[in-house]
Design a protein around this ligand. Structure first.
Ligand SMILES: NC(=O)c1ccc[n+]([C@@H]2O[C@H](COP(=O)([O-])OP(=O)(O)OC[C@H]3O[C@@H](n4cnc5c(N)ncnc54)[C@H](OP(=O)(O)O)[C@@H]3O)[C@@H](O)[C@H]2O)c1
Length: 280
């Protein structure tokens, strides 16, 4: 089997990345090899993918073939990293001299750790966020200094279908992740709380949830399409002595703004701390 791209950990994120690449014909299904942890995950991994994609479990003898691929996408959970590290050391081969690409989406695994674990590879860190699952993500990329222009293009082509790409210094990835990867959780909390407020004020639950979602998506579209600064939009909505400014007064007193600022800073610190733990 000739493998163009090998996917170590064909779970939800890897599928979100690979599906559009197959649809666009960037890779042929028969040249894609995906690895999952257990054989019971093969059928769900294959679901929605073209039949010719080959998926095997990490226990299958064919799984070692993945290390021959010129492009590898590492998308297991960070806790599984050490197991993968062990499996690669047992398949050292001359192929590794031709500098294949290893693209990792694992949070907190540094380029230094990747280089140590996958000698002979050009390593790339990619930080996609959950909206990538619906093609509206953001991906931060950091790569080794010696990556070639062609390799950069290969990496960009992999993430472009699902996300807007930001090329960053590796030390910026923790802050990028704290905003963009954790951000959907912060926003979801706010949307949920706003819907709860509407229920408390007397609207039915289903309607409150629906209205909270639509308020979020409409506001995001308005900010984007009119290129508004958030403060401009806030001022547009808050009329003198009106309902919105009363609510905003309360939010300021309750510390919403400072809570969000500190949340992003804490998430960035935690990301750095996790990276130190893994690499120590
Ligand atoms: N989902 C997101 O929105 C998102 C966003 C940004 C970054 N990420 C990153 O993406 C990575 C994957 O996340 P996910 O949500 O896609 O997780 P997931 O759905 O659980 O996928 C992980 C995959 O790895 C497989 N796996 C486990 N052990 C393995 C082994 N030894 N060899 C090969 N494959 C193995 C799992 O198979 P089994 O199920 O059989 O164990 C599963 O298919 C994580 O590191 C996460 O931080 C995810």
């Amino acid at each position: 089997m000739e493998i163009s791209i090998g996917i170590i950990g064909l779970g939800s994120m890897a599928k979100a990345i690979v599906s559009p690449l197959l649809e666009r014909g960037e890779y042929h299904p028969q040249n894609v090899l995906g690895i999952v942890g257990s054989s019971s995950s093969i059928a769900p991994a294959l679901n929605d993918l073209p039949k010719k994609v080959k998926v095997v479990s990490s226990e299958d003898s064919l799984s070692g073939e993945v290390w021959k691929a010129p492009v590898k996408l590492l998308a297991v959970k960070p806790q599984q990293f050490s197991k993968i590290r062990e499996s690669v050391s047992s398949v050292k081969s001359k192929d590794q001299l031709s500098k294949p690409l290893l693209i990792s989406v694992l949070a907190g695994i540094t380029l230094k750790s990747l280089k140590k674990a996958f000698p002979g590879h050009t390593c790339v860190r990619a930080v996609p966020n959950t909206p990538s699952l619906v093609g509206q993500g953001l991906t931060g990329l950091a790569w080794e200094d010696d990556i070639s222009l062609d390799q950069k293009e290969v990496v960009r082509k992999i993430f472009e279908p699902i996300s807007e790409i930001f090329e960053l210094q590796e030390q910026q990835l923790d802050s990028f992740l704290a905003l963009t990867s954790s951000g959907p959780a912060y926003i979801s909390l706010v949307v949920e709380a706003m819907a709860d407020g509407a229920v408390a004020a007397g609207l039915p639950r289903h309607l409150s949830n629906q209205l909270a979602h639509k308020t979020l998506s409409g506001t995001a579209s308005l900010l984007r399409e009119k290129s508004l600064h958030p403060a401009e939009l806030k001022d547009m909505v808050a009329s003198p002595a009106g309902t919105t400014i009363s609510a905003l007064r309360h939010l300021e007193l309750a510390g919403l703004r400072s809570a969000l600022i500190e949340a992003v800073v804490l998430a960035a610190q935690k990301s750095r701390q996790l990276a130190e733990e893994v690499s120590s």
